[in-house]
Design a binder for this molecule. Structure first.
Ligand code: NAP
Length: 534
């Protein structure tokens, strides 16, 4: 029986760097199991029209190798899905990693053998592998949330979810298309689909605050500057609570006079992108300050959208700005000025069922050829809980996490020895520029495994007491913010019926989190239980 030192599940940003770290830095025998036909993870599956990253390309790259960074040139301020997929293939080939990756390998079960201290990993095709360590690199937004609308079988048209978009792009030209969902994904897909459709109907339950991306092509001079600024950008990202390459503002919106405040919002709006959130220091903690941002965005939307009724629907916000992940867009609001685009409020006119040629709401019937669900994900826990994961005494993760995920630092789960999570629940991941969080996790995990090897340790496990303590830290961090006021947000599990309503990520900042993780390593992981190699 062949036993790997480590099995990594997933070949996206996390899995690839974890493979490189364990294989090339620690010399371990590693296998990566990937459900897709290629590398990319999130960026393999989310290939819908308009898919692009909201983080700027120069920051949405690996920073563990300056050489690698300098060898790749991004073509736009924000990278498109095809370009990110290409980038991850480039990294795979540069580091000669393809041979360790098994594609079309969907993991169904992870079962810990307590006697032999190894994990048995089962695939959908019934193959099985064994490994001392398992590292979940399954991503945070990888389990599609597909609404259950009655009579789907009756509908004669096509149905797609943006998170499982077909590799062969469907032909949408000249069709009557419906889109459900106006989160970051919907806001990207809607302007692109509008260009192709004969008629586009957007079914909106809750409007979102969106800020212009202000995308542009990068020039050769931009590339050279990005390379020159590699160290400076890295430092800025390490200091930023969200892992982004800019400084936090130290100005409170409330304490800034209204004229100056508007000037700063205008500047941030023109610059575009996620840094708008950081225009002032108090937007996520002071409602009065938050209202100044919210009202500014509302006025901007109303100045763009010609039809008053549509503009009212697009600005009928039910949560403070930033309490849900704020999207950025290219011509989202402008799209509603097209004659062939209609916005339908499904909050007071809910979708009742599919019919053979479209969809029926409580008030009307809409003819459609294609329905696109941009309805998000069962985030952070969906993919993990979709596998049968059994730890000590065959305890099942499904049962342990019945009332919400329990982890220590988002990295380890009590009773599941040697199972590490990259960007797991309880980590700051989804509130950050993901590659920065991923690099921090991978490096922490690799260092911990290295420590175990040097000490001849067989297993590592976190105690329930330490995990409970971390759970309290996660709750305390969110209590200082507005995140809890967005009741339906996926951060809270609020988008999935019957999911426990607990705030899942750590909102205390990646910079602070990194220090906490470093302290644990410095203290030689004294909060963890190790067993020695027999
Ligand atoms: P999302 O933020 O969860 O938005 C889902 C949308 O679908 C919401 O408008 C939601 O309405 C609606 N919806 C869900 N279920 C519904 C139902 N049964 N009936 C009617 N409407 C329903 O999902 P997402 O837009 O895919 O974004 C998820 C996350 O992925 C983002 O927050 C972001 O972190 C990441 N993302 C990143 C990028 C990027 O960087 N470029 C792009 C896309 C996504 P309610 O609000 O009323 O629930």
């Amino acid at each position: 029986m062949q036993i790997f030192d480590a099995i990594i599940i997933g070949a996206g940003f996390s899995g690839l760097y974890q493979l490189h770290s364990l294989r090339d830095k620690l010399g371990l025998k590693v296998k990566v199991l990937e459900a897709g036909e290629g590398v990319g993870g999130t960026w393999y599956w989310n290939r819908y029209p308009g898919a692009r990253c909201d983080t700027e390309s120069k920051a949405y790259s690996y920073y563990f190798s300056k050489e690698l960074y300098e060898e790749w040139n991004w073509s736009e301020r924000y990278p498109t899905q095809p370009e990110i997929e290409k980038y991850l293939n480039f990294v795979t080939d540069q580091l000669n990693m393809r041979k360790e990756i098994q594609f079309n390998a969907q993991v169904t079960d992870l079962i810990f053998d307590e006697n032999r201290h190894i994990w048995r990993v089962l695939l959908k095709n019934k193959e099985q592998y064994f490994a001392k360590f398992v590292i979940s690199a399954v991503g945070c937004l990888s389990f599609a949330n597909v609404p259950t609308i009655p009579n789907r079988d009756l509908f004669r048209g096509e149905v797609y979810h943006t998170g499982n978009w077909p590799k062969k792009n469907p032909n949408l030209k000249g069709k009557k298309i419906g889109v459900i969902g106006t989160g970051s994904t919907g806001i990207q897909v809607i302007p692109e689909v509008a260009k192709l459709a004969k008629k586009l109907i957007v079914f909106q339950r809750t409007p979102n605050y969106s800020v212009p991306a202000n995308n542009y092509k990068l020039t050769e001079a931009d590339q050279i500057r990005a390379n020159e600024e590699f160290d400076k950008s890295k430092q800025l990202m390490l200091q930023h609570r969200g892992g982004h390459p800019w400084k936090h503002s130290n100005k409170a919106a409330k304490k800034t006079n209204p004229v100056e405040r508007t000037k700063l919002y205008e500047k941030a709006w023109d610059n575009g992108g996620l840094s708008f959130r950081d225009t002032f220091s108090d937007l996520s903690v002071d409602l009065e300050s938050n209202n100044t941002a919210s009202n500014f965005i509302k006025d901007k939307i109303k100045s763009i959208v010609h039809d008053h009724h549509t503009a009212d629907l697009l600005t009928d916000f039910d949560h403070p700005f930033g309490s849900k992940r704020p999207p950025i867009d290219t011509n989202y609001y402008e799209t509603f000025n097209r004659k062939d685009v209609e916005l339908i409020n499904i909050r007071n006119n809910p979708i009742e069922s599919f019919v053979s040629n479209g969809i029926k709401t409580s008030k009307q019937h809409y003819e459609l050829d294609v329905m696109i669900f941009a309805t998000g994900f069962d985030a952070l826990t969906g993919t993990l809980l979709n596998m049968n994961i059994e730890g000590n005494n065959n305890i099942k993760l499904k049962n342990v996490w019945k009332s919400g995920p329990i982890t220590n630092l988002g990295l380890l789960i009590p009773n599941f020895p040697n199972l590490f999570l990259i960007t797991g629940p309880g980590s700051p991941a989804v509130l950050t520029n993901m590659p920065r969080a991923i690099e921090q996790h991978v490096e922490w995990i690799s260092e911990c495994i290295h420590f175990m090897i040097t000490k001849n340790y067989q297993t590592i496990e976190t105690t329930s007491k330490a995990a409970d303590k971390w759970g309290n830290t996660v709750q305390d961090a969110v209590n200082d913010t507005f995140f809890l006021s967005a009741k339906h947000s996926w951060y809270l599990g609020g988008n999935i019926p019957n999911k426990p309503k607990v705030f899942i990520p750590y909102a205390g900042g990646l910079n602070k989190y990194r220090k906490l993780c470093d302290m644990v390593a410095l203290a030689k992981y004294d909060e963890f239980i190790f067993t020695e190699e027999k």
